[in-house]
Design a protein around this ligand. Structure first.
Ligand code: IPM
Ligand code: MG
Length: 369
């Protein structure tokens, strides 16, 4: 299997975690005889510093010329005073738009080994396994008009969706739910917003094509509460762009750390893969970052772009094994009861690598007999 992957490590902890994820992909390629190539390119604050733009043309070209894009993180306080369209984050929004993927899949799973790390009681989180399907190209992030008038002290952003934009993301949610526990929870604010009324009507219409999938609607405010009270009640959670941004960070509480969460964006010309966490400038360059979100993102590349399901599952199992053995980066150390010393980013990556290599060797040995 051949796969061209553009590596956009970005800012802060992005380079550290992306390196560990890339090592895992290299290991899968070596052990399985696959041909994966990696093309590094700049995005975010580092790209502004080097070239004046958060998304240089060369990066866009490299991304469009690849089969998958792995992005670390963007964001740097150094650019904090700039308007949104000049900040590092603009590079991320531009590349999302250019690649065209509108369905951002964000799984949030309560791993048994991490049950002590969530502030939620283990009996609340146990067995929780949620897949957020976040619309990524519409809503307040991209709606026009948008401006801030400093003379009149007035600012505006626009939440806009068309029926077709809602229908296509709804279809993805129902398709995925039909292969899981067959339930879609659609999140909106239909008691206040017209956009949400269109959203609800469209999702209800699409649901008719999926009679075996149960649909429920939740208002975003009560959803924020139910997510913490009864996370096990949810299977696929379908949201517009901003609601999904907020709720998927909240859902990190179920897993135990934002550093654990992966994501994949599908539906466009090239799939875009990014851990859910940000650039965490406060811990950058210190070996403190948790690389597991990025490594689980690499597993999503194997699943959705390389179609190597067995290898994707092997990477996920290797992560679980390392956690079950008590290994912890700082963000998941409290409450773990582990006596292991805190692992650095690199050590954690190496541990997953070793567990994966052992599992793949065992698989090969089994196929050989
Ligand atoms: C995310 C991030 C981004 C978003 C930022 C960095 C633009 O928070 O991927 O969740 O809001 O989409
Ligand atoms: Mg976010």
């Amino acid at each position: 299997m051949k796969l061209k992957i553009a590596i956009l490590a970005g800012d802060g902890i992005g380079p550290e975690v992306t390196l560990e994820a890339t090592n895992i992909l290299k290991a899968v390629a070596d052990l399985g005889g696959h041909d994966f190539t990696f093309t590094p390119a700049l995005i975010g604050g580092v790209a502004i510093t080097e070239s004046g733009s958060p998304l240089p043309q060369a990066t866009l070209d490299a991304a469009l010329d690849s089969d998958a894009v792995l992005l670390g993180a963007v964001g740097d306080n150094k650019f904090g005073a700039l308007p949104p369209d000049k900040r590092p984050e603009a590079g991320l929004l531009q590349i999302r738009q250019a690649l065209g993927g509108y369905a951002n899949l964000r799984p949030s799973v309560a791993y048994p080994a991490l049950s002590g790390n969530s502030p939620l009681r283990p009996e609340v989180t146990e067995g929780a396994d949620i897949l957020f399907v976040r619309e990524l190209l519409g809503g307040l992030y991209f709606g026009a008009p948008r401006w801030w008038n400093r003379e009149s002290n007035e600012a505006i952003n626009t939440m806009r969706y068309t029926r077709d934009e809602v229908a296509r993301i709804a279809r993805i949610a129902f398709e995925l739910a039909s292969k899981r526990r067959k339930k879609v929870t659609s999140v909106d604010k239909a008691n206040v917003l017209e956009v949400s009324q269109l959203w609800r009507a469209t999702v209800t219409e699409i649901a008719r094509d999926y009679p075996d999938v149960k649909l429920e609607h939740q208002l975003v405010d009560s959803m924020a509460m139910h997510l913490m009270n009864t996370p096990r009640n949810f299977d696929v959670v379908l949201t517009e762009n901003l609601f999904g941004d907020i709720l998927s960070d909240e859902a990190a509480v179920i897993t135990g750390s934002l550093g654990m969460l992966p994501s994949a964006t599908i539906g466009g010309t090239v799939n875009l893969y990014e851990p859910v966490h940000g650039s965490a400038p406060d811990i950058a360059g210190q070996g403190k970052a948790n690389p597991l979100g990025a490594i689980l993102t690499a597993a999503m590349i194997l699943r959705h772009s390389a179609r190597l399901e067995e290898d994707a599952a092997a990477v996920e199992a290797a992560v679980q094994k390392v956690l079950a053995d008590g290994h912890r980066t700082a963000d998941i150390a409290t409450g773990s009861g582990s006596s292991q010393p805190i692992a650095t980013t690199q050590q954690m990556g190496k541990l997953v690598h070793n567990a994966l290599a052992e599992a793949i060797d065992r698989r090969h040995a089994m196929h050989a007999v």
